[in-house]
Write a protein that binds this ligand. Sequence first.
Ligand code: ADP
Ligand code: MG
Length: 246
Amino acid sequence: MDTAVKKKGRKDAEDTQEIISLTNVSKAYSTGAPALKDVNLHINKGEFVFIVGDSGSGKSTLIKLLLRELVITSGDINVMGYDLARIKHRRIPKFRRNIGIVFQDFRLLKDRNVYENVAFAQRIIQKSGKEIRKNVPSILGIVGLAGKYKAKPKQLSGGEQQRVALARALVNKPAILLADEPTGNLDPKNSWEIMKLLEQINESGTTVLVVTHNREIVNAMQKRVVTLKRGVIVSDEEKGGYIDED
Ligand code: ADP
Ligand code: MG
């Protein structure tokens, strides 16, 4: 990870611990009011950050900007040294290799088993068979699915499916893990287990951003909390809590 940041062609990030930097970022879709307005957000390597806010406040838009699925309307955005307002299209796949993503609805390949779902992510980046046979069992062990290689997604609980999604997001050893409401479809016990896994992944060095509505978990975990309201960051606190709306 650290060596990747030092490769030639990358600027800005080399002398800093900052891995995500948004300066006066706005994003407007072609319809409606701007989804993000004048956002300033700076995240250092190794941080764990919750992004909270009402539905429609711009959380998923922020995640999509960080993935360069969307392009900002104005401002500056730099992720891992990549200037995402100016990055060339052909460089986007390589940029994204360093980011893992999980969603509320898991998005697994339904006709593939657990092992294949995770191995698929390694095949995309042309890992050798030997590496895949080492890396996939290793990450499945970390997420607690060592005994489930052959199960298909529909044979798994929601919590197990999210662990597969997490393993798939992590198997390529990303510098950043983005999670957009990862516990939105899970019961409280599985929600806690997934959050504890995210914390463990963070403790091993990955920068983690988690969008969530889970007030109890946010309040208990005492991490940095960024609160969005109608596209504006209304608070950003170390060891924060969930701010009550209205
Ligand atoms: P959140 O994830 O916090 O619920 P979103 O980022 O999905 O919020 O949405 C922020 C705002 O942008 C909302 O008003 C939403 O309706 C609008 N929006 C999201 N995606 C699109 C889109 N593809 N086209 C137009 N408006 C969109
Ligand atoms: Mg959303």
